[in-house]
Ligand binder design. Structure first.
Ligand SMILES: [Fe+2]
Length: 220
């Protein structure tokens, strides 16, 4: 990880203060993602699907020091006590649950395909020089979501529909109320655009449609 302090002058000092909680959360999330991927790599029976997940695991291990580098560049250190409860609780659940389809919808769709997609794109657009290493993450996640879609299309569509409906409800009732104190100040500082919630909602519906579900039913 190169020293990115030199690029700090490109970031608004007011924005720097609101970036730390967000990046701190992403750092801890990524340690959990490494654990979740590590659990399922040896359990995947199909060779192609096992290789896809091993590829993701390798990528996520690179992203842990990437987030650490951003946090250090902002003059902070990681602090798990600032992590939002929904993030902590969702990953605790995903590390325990024995249904991998549940993990793929919770992690690859909600956490990475929707929340991470919004966050990474907004951060990179806001300060491309500072967040330059994030471009590889954005590129990787596009392909990774396509592989996750193939995984989901191979599974029971009824169970998949239940999971999408359940995570949509979770997003509305738990994730959004808990994440707003984190991203509200980021929006007020002008780092995130005002329509990030709408963007995330549309993205979730698009992914539902792409795996053969009725997005209207999922989003009802
Ligand atoms: Fe990641």
């Amino acid at each position: 990880m190169p020293d990115r302090r030199a690029e700090l002058h490109d970031v608004d000092p007011d924005a720097v203060n609101v970036l730390y909680p967000l990046l701190n959360n992403l750092y801890w999330v990524h340690l959990d993602i490494v654990d979740v991927c590590s659990k399922w790599v040896p359990r995947r029976e199909r060779d192609d699907e096992r290789i896809w997940l091993a590829t993701q695991l390798a990528r996520e291990t690179v992203e842990v020091p990437m987030y650490l580098g951003f946090i250090h560049a902002l003059g902070h250190t990681p602090n798990v006590s600032y992590r939002i409860p929904d993030s902590l609780n969702r990953y605790s659940y995903m590390k325990e649950v024995d249904d991998e389809l549940d993990v793929v919808v919770g992690m690859n769709v909600l956490a990475q395909g929707v929340l991470g997609w919004v966050e990474h794109n907004q951060l990179y657009t806001y300060a491309p020089q500072f967040f330059a290493p994030m471009l590889e993450t954005i590129a990787f996640d596009i392909g990774n979501l396509e592989r996750a879609k193939v995984f989901m299309r191979r599974r029971d569509p009824e169970r998949l529909g239940e999971l999408f409906t359940g995570y949509r409800k979770h997003m509305l009732e738990i994730t959004l109320p808990e994440i707003m104190p984190l991203i509200g100040p980021v929006m007020e500082a002008g780092v995130f655009q005002d329509d990030v919630v709408e963007l995330g909602t549309e993205r979730f519906a698009e992914i539902a449609a792409a795996v053969g579900l009725d997005p209207v039913a999922v989003m009802a």
